[in-house]
Write a protein that binds this ligand. Structure first.
Ligand SMILES: C[S@@+](CC[C@H](N)C(=O)[O-])C[C@H]1O[C@@H](n2cnc3c(N)ncnc32)[C@H](O)[C@@H]1O
Length: 272
């Protein structure tokens, strides 16, 4: 079996749940909202969120009146999400620790399901897609969100550029990241291969205005396991220097003084 990358280890996601929510959920929540609109689930629908993280999709679905089960393999993410469910007073929503490649759930038990930038990390993504399909009732619909063009993700290009400026000999990993294996080119055919029908793939754009780049950067360095791993290796002084470069580059591309990140994902929709 291939060695796991840092973003395939549950403990690494558990350790960064609050930074993930602070720095990244502003973007992923926009894809989640878009996916929810496209799924067009009625009130009372039974909905599953796979690799839910801090719960953007599931929380929106529950607020819209769905009965939601959110699952994630990282206990730290599930703890954070359970606290949010309690704070929001959503009796129709629950969160459980579960590997999305082996859902401990009966066949045909949900009307709708989604995995927003979650299933992309699974060692066996096709197994994850097949599990999503298995738990849907006949006619139920799923939405799977991945990056449209992972090799050119502006978020990561900015980080690479800033690190290279501060550490000129820096060698990024030679292998493409695990999450690049599912993308805008492969999503539709892989959903069909997993048994989904009426598959369509749409592009979704999310924009985040960063009013305090310094505060954003402090969470960003730990907003995903590979970033946390990289900046732990570089140490605090180099990380601070990379941060100054990163913030400078962000500011340089802002039109009205507020740096803005724009990213594109694909949403694959399919019916069971
Ligand atoms: C980038 S976050 C996405 C979280 C959330 N869906 C969102 O849109 O904000 C990726 C999530 O996938 C989860 N994850 C990764 N591998 C998993 C697996 N095999 N089973 C379940 N969850 C997994 C991680 O714990 C993490 O919470």
């Amino acid at each position: 079996m291939a060695e796991l990358s840092p973003d395939q280890v549950a403990g690494n996601w558990s350790a960064i749940a609050s930074e993930y929510e602070q720095a990244f959920e502003g973007l992923s929540a926009q894809f989640a909202e878009h996916a929810l609109r496209l799924l067009d689930l009625g009130p009372g629908a039974r909905v599953l969120d796979v690799a839910a993280g801090t719960g953007a999709f599931g929380l929106s679905a529950a607020r819209a009146g769905a009965e939601v089960l959110a699952t994630d393999f990282a206990p730290g993410m599930v703890d954070r999400l359970q606290a949010r469910i309690a704070a929001a007073g959503l009796p129709g929503m629950a969160a459980e620790v579960m590997d999305g490649q082996a859902l401990a759930l009966p066949d045909a038990s949900f009307d709708g399901a989604a995995s927003v930038l979650g299933l992309i990390f699974f060692p066996d993504q096709d197994r994850g897609l097949a599990e999503l399909r298995r738990v849907l009732r006949e006619g139920g619909r799923a939405a799977v969100v991945c990056w449209r063009d992972p090799a050119n993700l502006p978020l990561m290009a900015l980080v690479r550029q800033a690190v290279r400026k501060v550490v000129p000999g820096f060698q990024p990993p030679s292998a493409p990241p695990v999450w690049a294996r599912l993308n805008g080119d492969s999503l539709g055919s892989r959903m069909e291969a997993a048994g989904f029908r009426e598959v369509e793939v749409l592009t979704s754009t999310a924009t985040q205005r960063i009013h305090s780049p310094e505060a954003y950067w402090s969470g960003f360095t730990r907003s995903a396991p590979p970033l946390a791993h990289l900046f732990e290796r570089l140490g605090p002084e180099t990380t601070a220097a990379v941060g100054r470069e990163y913030i400078g580059a962000l500011r340089a591309q802002s039109r009205d003084g507020v740096p803005t990140l724009t990213v594109e994902a694909c949403i694959g929709l399919g019916r069971a």
